[in-house]
Design a protein around this ligand. Structure first.
Ligand SMILES: [Zn+2]
Length: 357
């Protein structure tokens, strides 16, 4: 059993003016309390009178989570898990409603939320955060559930994380699917924003640099969601376990400063994390293996091959020539897991005997 957590971003939709006022009031009071707290002004009468106007668990949560409070920064309202309630309704405005605790309204404030479709029955709500962005309110709803991961799979999906593509996947037995390439655009996004940053840096436009940085992060995160969804869907429909390198290998094999810079700029860690929680959420295991040797070993005959140029793999022993180096790597990563592989939790991976592994 593993405990899987994820955050679902929900937009608060069309709150009535009254509700919006109440929400803003609760928020303003909390923000003001936090600022007073920062300057050690919690002895002032205003502090105590404000405290009476805020739902006490909401301010306790804030003080617990935000250790260092910055001047004039707005902090999300954090709700204790047992105080949040999500309901499914047949209301015309929205299917899902959240009830949040507030001193402004007895019994809590009910708000319609819009999010990606989710099955809300099978998880437990965790501490979640409500925040305002450009006059809209959002709830980052954190949920978790205990998942029993499968131990029996019919195939293995080896994933090699690379530079040209974020990832290349090879399914084994290979007859099931041809290799798939993901996220070519990530490097392009990185390059484009690298260039913009340089230009802005010369003009010392620090605010702009930050703004573009956020824009870049959003674009990359979108790509990573798309890539991880695609891989997990593939693993689900083929009943595959996903095998990835443990990333330590990537850093070890990195040569030279330039290569290191590219590696540290590629969001491998973020992608692996996403892949893991999304796969686990559906009961699929992600096995992390040592990447050592996976880029230089021939996937057909296990001899040591050569990389005459970027992206190409040759093997003089079995005659494999001009082979795609990423496909070779992904196949080797998948090969590291075979039937009987002992998993971290002591379970054994079982693959059908006819597998080409
Ligand atoms: Zn070979």
């Amino acid at each position: 059993m593993v405990c899987v957590r994820k955050t679902i971003k929900c937009k608060i939709i069309k709150p009535t003016e009254l509700k919006l006022n109440q929400l803003n009031k609760e928020n303003n009071n909390i923000q003001e309390l936090l600022q007073l707290e920062k300057f050690g002004l919690d002895f002032l009468p205003i502090y105590n009178s404000l405290k009476k106007k805020v739902y006490s668990a909401n301010i306790q949560q804030a003080l617990r989570f935000y250790k260092k409070i910055k001047l004039d920064k707005e902090y999300p309202i954090s709700f204790r898990k047992d105080l949040l309630e999500i309901r499914k309704t047949d209301n015309k405005l929205s299917e899902y409603w959240v009830k949040i605790p507030t001193k402004q309204r007895k019994g809590g404030l009910k708000l319609a939320i819009k999010s990606q479709p989710f099955l809300f029955e099978d998880y437990e709500i965790c501490e979640s955060k409500l925040f305002k962005k450009k006059n809209n309110w959002f709830l980052n709803l954190t949920v978790q559930k205990e998942v029993e991961l499968n131990n029996t799979y019919s195939s293995v999906l080896g994933l090699d994380l690379g530079q040209k593509y974020m990832g290349v996947s090879v399914m084994q037995p290979s007859a099931l699917m041809t290799p798939k390439f993901y996220g070519k655009e990530v490097r392009g996004i990185r390059r484009k924003y690298d260039y913009i940053r340089k230009q802005l840096g010369e003009k010392k436009l620090l605010k702009e640099i930050k703004r573009f940085g956020q824009k870049e992060q959003r674009k990359v995160t979108d790509c990573l969601h798309k890539i991880s969804n695609e891989i997990v869907d593939l693993a689900l429909t083929s009943n595959s376990t996903i095998v990835v390198g443990d990333l330590k290998g990537i850093r070890k094999s990195a040569k030279g400063r330039n290569f290191n810079r590219i590696i540290s700029n590629m969001p491998y860690y973020q992608l692996t994390q996403m892949l893991e929680y999304k796969a686990n959420w559906s009961g699929i295991r992600v096995v992390k293996v040592n990447e050592r040797g996976t880029s230089h070993t021939c996937c057909k005959c296990s001899s040591k091959g050569s990389r005459p140029k970027q992206g190409v793999f040759n093997c003089s022993v079995c005659g494999l020539k001009d082979y795609n180096a990423d496909i070779n790597g992904a196949t080797n990563i998948g090969n590291k897991v075979s039937s009987g592989y002992i998993l971290e939790d002591g379970a054994t991976l079982t693959l059908p005997e006819t597998g080409a592994i």
